[in-house]
Design a protein around this ligand. Structure first.
Ligand code: GLU
Length: 299
C-alpha cells in the first residue's frame, strides 16, 4: 500500500520555523517510505484568512524545497463533502443552543493554549435548533498508537464530552473537516504538531462513526519559546518571510531545522534529507527557540 502523507497548513498565520519543522517531518516521513505527499489548505476559518495568504504560503513552501503530488486541495471548496458526512453522522449529532467561547472559535484546530472545557450534555435531548452540532460521545476509552508517543488511551466522554462537529452542515468544525478530508484524499499517515495529539481521539471516534479505521499518526514536538509556549511574536521574528527577506538561504533554514531533529549538520534541502530520515532519530522533547538559536539562522 502506498503511503499518503499530507501537509495541512492553515493560512490564518504566517509560515514560521515551528510549522516548517512539522512540515519537514511530515514530508520526510512520507517520502522516506516512497510515499505521496498532498498539500491541503485549511482555510475554513475564513474571517481569519487574509487575502493573498494562501498564495504566499504556497510560494514559501516551494521556496523551502517542498513539493507535493497532485492539485492543492482547498477546504473552502469542499463543502459538499462535509455536508455528505454530516448527513451520514446525523443519528449521532444533536443541535446545541449553548453559547460558549469554543463555539465561536470552533473552526480552527484547538491548539493547547485554547481552553477546552468538558461539555456537560445540556442539549443532548433537545430537538430545538441551536448554534452548533455536537457529536454524542459514548462512555469508554479510545485507543490509538502514535509513532512517537506510543499507545494513547483517552477518555473523551470524561474529558471533552460531546464535542462540536459542525456549525451548520456545510460549516464543519476542524475535527470533522480534517477527518472527512483525510478519508476523501486517502491519507494513510497524519504527521502534525503535538498540540493536536489531544484532538486525535475525537478524530478516531468520527472516523469509526463514518465506518473507517484511523490512519497512522505521528505528532511532532512543537518549537516553543523560552517560556515553553507556542511560538509567538514576543519570541522574536521566526517567520519564513522575514528570514527570506533578510537573505537567509532556504537551505540554511532547512539545515538548521534538520540538525535540531538529529539529521546531521550543514545546509540541506528536504530532498537530500530523505535518506537520513528515521522516526528513531527524533526526540519527544520540544525544541526551545532561544534568541541565540534564532540568531544562528542569520536573522
Ligand atoms: N491546519 C491545522 C493547523 O494548522 C493542522 C491540522 C492537521 O494537521 O490535522 O493547525
Amino acid at each position: 500500500m502506498t503511503v499518503v502523507g499530507r501537509l495541512a497548513p492553515s493560512p490564518t498565520g504566517a509560515l514560521h520555523l515551528g510549522n516548517v519543522r512539522t512540515f519537514l517531518w511530515a514530508w520526510l516521513s512520507a517520502r522516506a517510505q516512497g510515499g505521496r505527499v498532498l498539500l491541503r489548505v485549511e482555510d475554513l476559518d475564513q474571517p481569519r484568512v487574509k487575502p493573498g495568504a494562501v498564495e504566499t504560503m504556497i510560494d514559501e513552501l516551494r521556496w523551502l524545497g517542498f513539493d507535493w503530488d497532485g492539485e492543492v486541495a482547498v477546504q473552502s471548496a469542499r463543502r459538499e463533502l462535509y455536508r455528505a458526512a454530516h448527513g451520514k453522522l446525523a443519528g449521532r449529532l444533536f443541535s446545541c443552543r449553548c453559547t460558549r467561547g469554543d463555539i465561536a472559535a470552533f473552526q480552527s484546530a484547538p491548539h493547547e493554549e485554547d481552553q477546552e472545557l468538558r461539555y456537560p450534555g445540556t442539549c443532548r435531548g433537545s430537538t430545538a435548533s441551536g448554534l452548533a452540532w455536537r457529536f454524542r460521545v459514548e462512555p469508554g476509552r479510545v485507543e490509538f498508537t502514535d509513532r512517537l508517543f506510543g499507545l494513547q488511551s483517552i477518555d473523551v466522554a470524561g474529558t471533552v464530552g460531546d464535542f462540536v462537529a459542525a456549525k451548520t452542515p456545510d460549516q464543519p468544525a476542524y475535527q470533522l473537516a480534517v477527518v472527512v478530508d483525510d478519508l476523501a484524499q486517502g491519507v494513510t499517515e497524519v504527521v502534525r504538531g503535538d498540540d493536536l495529539l489531544a484532538s486525535t481521539a475525537r478524530q478516531v471516534i468520527l472516523l469509526r462513526a463514518l465506518g473507517h479505521e484511523p490512519p497512522a499518526y505521528g505528532h511532532v514536538p512543537l518549537v516553543v519559546g523560552p517560556d515553553g509556549r507556542r511560538l509567538a511574536k514576543r519570541h522574536g521574528d521566526a517567520r519564513i518571510a522575514s528570514l527570506r527577506e533578510r537573505g537567509v538561504p532556504a537551505e540554511r533554514i532547512i539545515g538548521i531545522l534538520a540538525e535540531g531533529s538529529g539529521l546531521g549538520a550543514g545546509d540541506a534541502t528536504p530532498a537530500c534529507l530523505v535518506k537520513k530520515w528515521s522516526w528513531d532519530r527524533v526526540s519527544r522533547e520540544r525544541v526551545v527557540l532561544t534568541p541565540e538559536r534564532l540568531a544562528a539562522f542569520g536573522a
